[in-house]
Design a protein around this ligand. Sequence first.
Ligand code: NAD
Ligand code: MG
Length: 384
Amino acid sequence: MKTINIFGVTGSIGLSTVKVLKQHSDKFTVNAVTGGNNVKLLAQLAIELNAECAVIANISKLDELKSLLNGHNIEADCGEDGLIRAAEREVDICMAAIVGYAGLKPTITSLKYAKRVALANKECLVTAGELFLAEAQKHGCVVTPVDSEHSAMFQCLQGSQTSEMEKILLTASGGPFRTHTLAQMQDITLAQALNHPNWDMGAKITIDSATLMNKGNELIEAYHLFPIELEQIEVVVHKQSIIHSLIQYHDGSVIAQLGTPEMGTAISYALGWPERLKLDFKRLDLFKIAQLDFEPADEQRFKCLYLAKQSVIMGGTCGAVLNAANEVAVAAFLREEIAFLAIADICEQTINLAQSRDIIINADNINDVCEVDQQARIIAKSLL
Ligand code: NAD
Ligand code: MG
């Protein structure tokens, strides 16, 4: 039996993780589960999974959590400190599936107490890639990627040396506005942006997929996870989302990983690696798919992708600045306070202002990153 903590159990990745675990209840036992706000679902899952502890991030919901768990012998905890306490529970695996910067501190803490972190929270690598991976190495924690593209790369690398890689081909669906002109993008509504053609995900990453900031984040994620230069990572728009990414080797061979557009396989690979867990999910039907299309990504229409590349080139805390600006802008777009195209503009202007105010620095520790995050949020909010 492997012990597992599930951070963000009430979200899209969290619920998919629960589906995987239910097919392997003989292999995993759940220790802590955490949620942001949805206390009823959190309590229900904690009971279903027979967890030892449930943590709700919203402190005003602790009493409700306690009463929902009454009689079940499950500890209830809350707030950011409660998330850290959950991360300090020693387990074999931590599923890191909180969305956004909120996941950084609990996930970094987990690197010390878990043998493996299955990493869904890409914002950890975007904001603090080098520090995060150095911390993992220091504690001997294995980080397995959950993001489908990085899981694909990781799978394509099995049996090969990373030094034999020539190129990473990072696939992108292109999102709902793949063929829109910039003029057409002026009038995009929230409902249109939330309607992803292939993937069913949380709201923030769905908007990131529409702006291609998600692909930008994934480019940064790949840059940190694998020993490769930025120029060796190419984004390939592949509208069917069947090939989840490819590795080109120095003998010209290109290895791809394919699957249906759902997260079960990537999650189970991150949990089971180096083994493959048997999964009872939908199988790929190549005859039904019949055709796979590829096109280059357009960084002029999708400026967020360009900004993500720039942030790698600038280095230091630029990723943290970009992430903070994007989180502020996406939250405002979700409240229908700003236009779709304003998301990229706010990100760009925040980076420019952060640069002129010397906020983009080489961070020595995670507190520096948190400080930069706060300052970048203030700038981004002033631009809304
Ligand atoms: P989601 O919004 O569906 O779920 C997020 C989870 O985090 C929920 O449990 C929520 O309650 C919790 N949460 C939110 N704010 C919090 C806070 N301030 N403190 C503590 N907990 C908080 O998001 P998701 O789609 O499951 O994505 C989770 C992460 O996985 C993101 O980083 C995303 O980029 C990444 N990811 C998701 C997918 C996908 O298919 N959904 C694919 C690849 C990567
Ligand atoms: Mg992805």
